[in-house]
Design a binder for this molecule. Structure first.
Ligand SMILES: Cc1cc2nc3c(=O)[nH]c(=O)nc-3n(C[C@H](O)[C@H](O)[C@H](O)COP(=O)(O)O)c2cc1C
Length: 237
């Protein structure tokens, strides 16, 4: 199967690993599938926090139609999304899609790399598939590494081994999440278990439930409920 796919990533921690795994599987299994990545600025940050950023090179190696486009480097008008009007792509997948990005799309806003990609894809007749993170109820979401400062205060260590040995130099009383790359080496090095990367229960807001429902009836857009559904959607292209 010869396909050129566009994958837009937004700054959601929820479904990020699952989205990454789906595209890793595609790129690994089928050399006929080329993937161009469009990452919002928040996506770039969150991908780094979850330790996934460097792995994107195994999905998009930099060749033509296999590039990684970062919003930070693309300017406000993101000219690369003009490709959606030039019949370069067979489909655009937005996964995971933050509540912010979904809200923008349903209101016709196109001021970020992923939302601009969606707008141009729909205008160019390219099918768009979106995996919103906020669908209904509550979601259990993986959080980045953080330090429990109360545990630190109880022990007041002379030397903080995790801070001294952090390869990113991201720890200075707190973890600087814009430097952290999610490697997790710090957590077992704290003898008091003050560093954790746990899960949180997050309640989906009414406004996001309404926006996701609205997204589902938009022309040219199909809502998928999980990143795994990307694989079956591609097999039907
Ligand atoms: C670690 C981390 C995880 C996040 N996870 C989510 C998430 O699961 N869903 C969401 O809607 N926003 C999440 N956000 C907030 C978004 O990144 C933020 O709203 C951002 O402005 C979205 O921009 P974008 O939609 O252009 O990517 C997260 C932020 C951080 C720092």
């Amino acid at each position: 199967m010869h396909l050129n796919l566009a994958w837009a990533i937004t700054g959601a921690g929820h479904y990020l690993v699952e989205s990454y795994d789906a595209f890793r599987q595609l790129a690994g299994n089928d050399t006929q599938i080329r993937v161009t990545i469009f990452a919002s600025q928040s996506a770039e940050e969150v991908l780094r926090m979850y330790g996934l950023f460097d792995g994107l090179a195994t999905i998009a190696n930099g060749d033509y139609l296999e590039e990684l486009f970062l919003e930070r480097e693309q300017g406000r008008s993101s000219p690369k999304v003009g490709r959606f009007l030039l019949e370069k792509y067979d489909a655009l997948f937005v996964t995971p899609a933050t509540s912010n990005t979904v809200a923008k799309i349903v209101h016709g806003i196109a001021d970020s790399l992923p939302t601009n990609a969606v707008a141009q894809a729909v205008k160019g007749g390219v099918p768009v598939y979106i995996v919103p993170v906020d669908i209904e109820g509550t979601i259990r979401s993986k959080m980045p590494y953080t330090i429990d400062r109360e545990i630190c205060a109880r022990h007041d260590c002379e030397t903080c081994v995790p801070a001294e040995t952090c390869p990113q130099r991201a720890i200075d009383a707190q973890i600087d999440l814009l430097r952290c790359n999610g490697c997790g080496e710090c957590a077992p090095r704290c003898p008091y278990g003050a560093i954790r990367g746990g899960y949180a229960e997050i309640r989906v807001r009414d406004v996001d439930i309404r926006n996701t429902a609205e997204l589902g009836v938009m022309d040219g857009i199909t809502v998928l409920r999980h990143p795994e559904a990307v694989l079956s959607a591609i097999s039907e292209l």
